[in-house]
Ligand binder design. Sequence first.
Ligand SMILES: [Zn+2]
Length: 350
Amino acid sequence: MYFLPVGQGDATVIQCPDGSLNLYDWGSISARRGPFWATKELRCYLKCSFGDIQNILVTHYNSDHYNLLPQTFPVKNHELTGLKNIYIACTEELMKQKADTFAEWVKTTKAKVEVFRGGKKCGPFEDEKCDIKLEMCSTTKKGLNVQTFVMAANLGGCAGGSKLNVDSIVTKFIFGGLKILLSGDFEGEPQVSTMVEFYNKGDKKDLEETEVYHAAHHGATSKANTKTWLGGIKPKAVVSSGDPWHTYGHPRCHMFDLLLGKDNDMEKCLCEHGAATNPCPRDSSKQDTYSCGQPEIKKEPVKKENPNTHGIYTTTPLKDHMNLIHVASTKEGSWTITIPYTSVPKTKGD
Ligand SMILES: [Zn+2]
């Protein structure tokens, strides 16, 4: 799984053992600046692989989760020849209202549009499971076990407006020994508590067994990544998108403090103090304080039994580094997090 440095947005590439690719959100509202990737870099990165993209999932209808799709894959030279499914939250009608260019673009792909339970809420309920099986990595080589599990969709009731985030599709991927949770911008009560209570009920540890957590809502903390949610997940490592120059100030230091057990103690904020009033961090040189000391290209396997719990990685650039984040499972049953790129990929002539 590759988390690309697009700034305030999400762009994740899921590579299956057979080499096929899937996109899980593909958007950004960062102004094109500095080191963040935009259309050109995304196209360079995917070069020669457009035909391998089989599925696209858009967690919800905020543009920072889809607006790079029409830009990266323009209609006039549609290279997505292998695309089978586009998974969306809620209904196509809502997509047309909230995501006009995206809705038009979807029609040009000829992919099958898959909604969950006809746009009704699904997931953390005994009789309202999400009834679509994601076809991501469904055909895998013998011996490589990959499972996908849609844990929630449409929990905001598809009402649009300020509840779009709550509708986010939440998916758990199990790649061999790696359990990774992708949650779009999922947030809000009572939905967060419902999820934790349902999936961790009794002996169940469906949420709590998460090893790598892709921070919801880019590491926001007012409604997302609350103590209840993070306490229900207990991740060993966290990957977050974000843009330190954007006024949202994602990811918030408070999320990292909660993960490290310093809840409500903003003075011990890992980056700049005063995160509640000032976006943090403004100084990109401070980013390495919560990028787990991985400013260089390194392979440091994170062992399941490693009590050194909270590895924290962000796609925010470290000075001149790019922070594309690669999370991979290994045959031995452990997993690794690496930062394989230190500069923008280039094509000939660029
Ligand atoms: Zn977002």
